[in-house]
Design a protein around this ligand. Structure first.
Ligand code: SAM
Length: 198
């Protein structure tokens, strides 16, 4: 298992595939254990690095992970098989915004896909949270750019950073969810429904 994880980290580096930072995944794994999380929905599998680590956090934890890029999806399937986790991890090849879900709910929803669409993911998938469930979002600092969009010259980068800044404001002002922000890795947040104590 350790070897596979190292192999995946090397693959990600070589092929420039973005994967979660170590501090952030350690935080999520600890959260899964401490809260006995049994079901996880991940938006953005890439090569399955975080899905495999989340699924390994707790014996009972099952993960459904969604990826829209074919090459990454195939690589993810391969890694899930190598990890022997076909029964714990369900990899779905689709654009998460086009996916139809019904009659399912998750204890933890992890948003780690296209950063410009975080708000859409949140609004779509919040309906699939189990009671007491949380939505975790990664990359809220976006390599230190968030909060500094005024100083960015590149139009595309500026627009992306502005979208993450709006998402952070959306979380802060949200009437339905309370969000805690953590200065871990690339910035992570945990949002839970206000009327449910955690
Ligand atoms: N969670 C992974 C990990 O830490 O190992 C990293 C995910 S990577 C940061 C983001 C992934 O989300 C990319 O592989 C990208 O193709 C995928 N993605 C982006 N937008 C998506 C969408 N709308 N639906 C499904 N996948 C998406």
């Amino acid at each position: 298992m350790k070897e596979l994880i190292i192999e995946m980290e090397n693959y990600a580096k070589e092929k420039n595939v973005p994967i979660i930072e170590k501090d952030s995944i350690a935080f999520i794994m600890k959260y899964i254990k401490a809260n006995n999380i049994k079901s996880v929905l991940e938006i953005g599998s890439a090569i399955g690095y975080s899905a495999i680590l989340m699924a390994s956090s707790n014996q009972e934890t099952k993960v459904t992970t969604i990826e829209r890029d074919n090459e990454r999806y195939m690589e993810c399937l391969k890694n899930v098989k190598k990890a022997g986790m076909e029964k714990k991890i369900n990899v779905v090849f689709q654009d998460a915004l086009e996916l139809n879900l019904s009659d399912v709910s998750y204890d933890l929803i992890f948003i780690d896909a296209a950063k410009g669409q975080y708000m859409k993911f949140f609004e779509k998938f919040k309906y699939f949270l189990a009671p007491g469930g949380v939505i975790i979002t990664d990359n809220l600092k976006f390599h230190g750019y968030v909060g500094k969009s005024d100083t960015i010259e590149s139009k595309n980068l500026k627009s992306l950073v502005e979208k993450i800044e709006s998402y952070v404001e959306f979380l802060k002002d949200n009437e339905e969810f309370e969000t805690k922000f953590y200065e871990l890795g690339d910035g992570i947040s945990v949002s839970f429904k206000k009327n449910e104590s955690k």
